[in-house]
Design a protein around this ligand. Structure first.
Ligand SMILES: O=C(CO)[C@H](O)[C@H](O)COP(=O)(O)O
Ligand SMILES: [Fe+2]
Length: 219
């Protein structure tokens, strides 16, 4: 497995009145990816941002824009998020009946496809999708809100997915999202994750703390 840990600050915990500044600040503080949570008030019980905001943020950072779509249906919006400057587009396995088609559509738009699993979704749904993704996202909270507690049962899922990725000899980012802090970061890294999403743990304390917070998560 890749032994380089990547940190993806979730801008859900940023100051929404200063999003451009916040993206520049976490970029300078050492973020590897910029994690952008898109919620529709339908697939998840919260509403955040759309493709116009992603497009407006694009000039603020050259880092990978890691766009986590928590929307259903998702297919009608893929092109808009691709054109807005997303690099990785992650969709939820539970958000529609034609996940394979959706992942192909993302690839055909020239972007890296990611697949996300809610805490109650077993890893077996990935079996026929491993070849079609660049990133697998294990949700360690129920999607919709930042600042929730890490669900420890997801460690077993991370371990099982990492084993399967290695058995298949594939190069896939294994990302964990939700309740990641300095303590849980150690556990998810030990279980085999290599990309850590962190909202609250990155943005706590304000901009002067971002570099220190990111460094602490990297371990
Ligand atoms: O996708 C998400 C929620 O659905 C967020 O990325 C996640 O919750 C990050 O927030 P925190 O690190 O504070 O848990
Ligand atoms: Fe997320």
């Amino acid at each position: 497995m890749s032994n380089t840990i990547k940190i993806a600050p979730s801008i859900l915990s940023a100051d929404f009145a200063k999003l451009g500044e916040e993206v520049r600040a976490v970029d300078l503080a050492g973020a590897d990816y910029i994690h952008i949570d898109v919620m529709d008030g339908h697939y998840v019980p919260n509403i955040t941002i759309g493709p116009d905001v992603v497009k407006a943020l694009r000039p603020h950072s050259d880092k990978v824009f890691d766009v986590h779509l928590m929307i259903a249906p998702v297919d009608p919006y893929l092109e808009a998020f691709a054109n807005a400057g997303s690099d990785i587009i992650t969709v939820h396995a539970e958000a529609g009946p034609h996940t394979h088609r959706t992942l192909q559509a993302i690839r055909n738009l020239g972007k890296k496809p990611g697949i996300s699993l809610n805490p109650s979704t077993p890893e077996s749904v990935l079996e026929y999708l491993y070849e079609d993704v660049n990133l697998i996202l294990v949700m360690s909270v129920n999607p919709g809100f930042g600042g929730q507690s890490f669900i420890t049962s997801q460690l077993r899922k991370i371990e099982a997915i990492r084993k399967r990725i290695e058995a298949l000899g594939l190069d896939i980012d294994l990302q964990v999202d939700g309740g990641v802090n300095v303590e849980t970061a150690k556990q998810v890294i030990a279980a085999g994750a290599n990309v850590l999403v962190a909202g609250s743990a990155t943005f706590k304390g304000g901009p002067s703390k971002y570099a220190e917070n990111i460094k602490a998560l990297r371990g």
